[in-house]
Design a protein around this ligand. Structure first.
Ligand code: NI
Length: 226
């Protein structure tokens, strides 16, 4: 399931991110492409571990920790530090699947990619093309969100970024290892939690809500690995 999460960053934060990213030195994305991806990847990336990437990445991580929809959807165990990319002048990333296991640079930590995340840092009016196209059970879904919004999607899915024919598409992207590895279980927990939150806000009968909440936690207990 694709899960869009709105307003992870405010308009002001996006503007500040962009001011600094637009002035940053970008590298050819081929530096970090695997053997297979080399033939289909044409974009620019910010150098991993550069002070700017680390600072902005940490700010994104802090914000995610305060975003209930992300917490509920990801059930985060480990996260690969946010990276940044830029597509312009026909830049594209052809159909591919993300690597299953990724070692966090400078550490011994390996992240299994269960979920892939794209946080849009350019608005849809700033560029043509650049849709994130994800193949799922219901066909190809095309994603192009407002600046500051993010989408989570299964890392197991085939996906691509269509060529950018005008302007520049700037984004942050990263991977998440979830406590709940299975996509169907994770989706079920997310749906259940969303309903519990909505019923709580609506002031539903407390005893029933407690029982429903118990079901959520008992499923989580069954399915989560930490
Ligand atoms: Ni990818």
């Amino acid at each position: 399931m694709l899960i869009p999460i709105e307003k992870v960053l405010s308009k002001d934060e996006v503007a500040e991110f962009r001011q600094r990213l637009d002035a940053a030195p970008w590298q050819d994305g081929l530096h970090t492409a695997g053997t297979l991806a080399r033939s289909v990847k044409r974009n620019l990336q910010l150098e991993d571990g550069s002070p700017l990437a680390v600072e902005l990445g940490n700010r994104i991580l802090r914000r995610l920790g305060e975003t209930p929809a992300f917490i509920s959807a990801a059930l985060l165990l480990r996260i690969y530090p946010p990276k940044f990319n830029r597509y312009a002048d026909g830049g594209t990333y052809g159909v591919h699947v993300d690597s299953a296991l990724m070692q966090v640079p400078g550490t011994q930590v390996t992240v299994r990619s269960d979920l892939s995340a794209t946080l849009f840092l350019a608005g849809p009016d700033e560029y043509d093309g650049g849709e994130l196209q994800i193949e799922g059970p219901f066909g190809i879904q095309s994603v192009k969100l407002e600046a500051g919004d993010m989408v989570l999607y299964p890392s197991s899915s085939l996906h691509r970024v269509s060529p950018v024919t005008r302007g520049a598409r700037v984004a942050s992207f990263f991977w998440i290892q979830s406590m709940v590895q299975g996509e169907p279980e994770r989706t079920l927990l997310y749906d259940l939690d969303q309903s519990i939150q909505a019923l709580t806000a609506a002031g539903t009968d407390e005893a029933e809500l407690m029982r429903l909440s118990g079901v959520y936690h008992n499923l989580l207990r069954r399915w989560a690995a930490t």
